[in-house]
Design a protein around this ligand. Structure first.
Ligand code: SF4
Length: 79
């Protein structure tokens, strides 16, 4: 499972931070950070979801009001 975080779209509502510990607040930037993620293109961060954290990743994605978080399983977008 892979998560993609579009940091440019993020508006810093921080619901995701409550759902998954991988999301951290960056209050100065008014954005979330996805810990351990690699920037695959400008402001798009990608992370393989560690085993056991799949539900947290999905909940984080569902909680985002601007759909800045997408979750893929076997290449197919599920959130
Ligand atoms: S819930 Fe969405 S908009 Fe809010 S901090 Fe997380 S990624 Fe950004």
């Amino acid at each position: 499972m892979r998560v993609e975080f579009d940091r440019d779209t993020c508006i810093g509502m921080f619901q995701c931070v409550e759902e998954w510990a991988k999301f951290e607040k960056d209050p100065d930037a008014g954005k979330a950070d996805l810990a351990g993620a690699k920037e695959s293109e400008a402001d798009l961060f990608v992370l393989e979801v560690p085993e056991g954290e799949e539900m947290d990743a999905e909940f984080a994605a569902r909680s985002c009001p601007v759909d800045a978080i997408r979750v893929y399983d076997d290449g197919e977008q599920i959130v």
